[in-house]
Design a protein around this ligand. Sequence first.
Ligand code: 13P
Ligand code: SF4
Length: 366
Amino acid sequence: MQATAIDINPYTLMTDEECEARIDVARRTLGERLVILGHHYQRDEVFRHADYSGDSLKLSREAANSKAEYIVFCGVHFMAEVADILSRPEQVAILPDLAAGCSMADMANLANVQRAWRELGQVLDPDQSVTPVTYINSAADLKAFCGEHGGIVCTSTNARQVLEWSFSRREKVLFFPDQHLGRNTGYTMGIPLDEMVVWDYEQPMGGLSEEQIRKARIILWKGFCSVHQMFRPEHIDRFKEKYPDAKVISHPEASFEVCRKSDYVGSTEYIIKTIRASAPGTRWLVGTELNLVNRLHEECKAEGKSVHFMSPTVCMCSTMFRIDPQHLLWTLENLIDGRVVNQVKVPEREAELARLALDRMLEVSP
Ligand code: 13P
Ligand code: SF4
């Protein structure tokens, strides 16, 4: 057995086709010791190797239920962290390329959130009146912050149930890092827009007055997903002019205006299920990442359904795209040789607190 990991460099020179056959062999060799989880935004050449695919909620459940020794996550960093937190201590979570982060998750960090909590403390007692809610697209230390302060995690599937849980405990919510998921969910629950204020983490007191903070039901972090901001209400208007009977479906990370103009709003898994269940011949405009939309388009065309991408410009999640067959193969062949590369391990105390917030979420999830 070699002491050091096989170098990634020779793998980067291999074609996708060469990798594909070797990934198949590696998966057979590792057998039940391995499970590969693939998020819906993964490119086809990687996605086809996933044992389970899904949205963030479904994949966290798969990670929690898996018996495999190695959980290889084809997704982004926070997903592999969740897999590590929810799996047993002897299981190993792996992210094939550690540079696969999430730019939205990076818009909130522990120092900024702790500062916000302290500053809110100048106006009210946050531990009595504010539930901190972090979108699963966030680092483990923010999930731990929520665990410690009576808060909870949410995904795009369960945001409503999580907000209901939060409001049943405390009168306000601090929602980070995605303002759009928070606003879109709050609005559908009947919270007026002027009771949802944006906390600008680069400004003292979030750029808000005491009165705005006192009046707010939801304090929305000023974070966003750049991929989902590419979708515009005009894209929907133009499409509807051409195809008045078409249906529009969007991810809740899209803007308020886009979600208002959409017929359906939901997670990646919800989008896929809704279009699959629609009648043959239906036409869809979809506001989410391109790899998912392209795959649905291919799958559904046999039934005469047409699935269109909402933006006229190509917009993929560049960090999801970092997971390629070359990194996946490199990871698996190292495992076969008895070496773990790119393990994602959350420190125990942090994991314990983050697990509290994740378990609360799993309990209230549909
Ligand atoms: P889902 O949980 O809906 O798959 O969303 C994850 C994500 O990162 C969307 O940008
Ligand atoms: Fe993060 Fe946006 Fe990529 Fe989702 S699509 S992983 S929110 S950057």
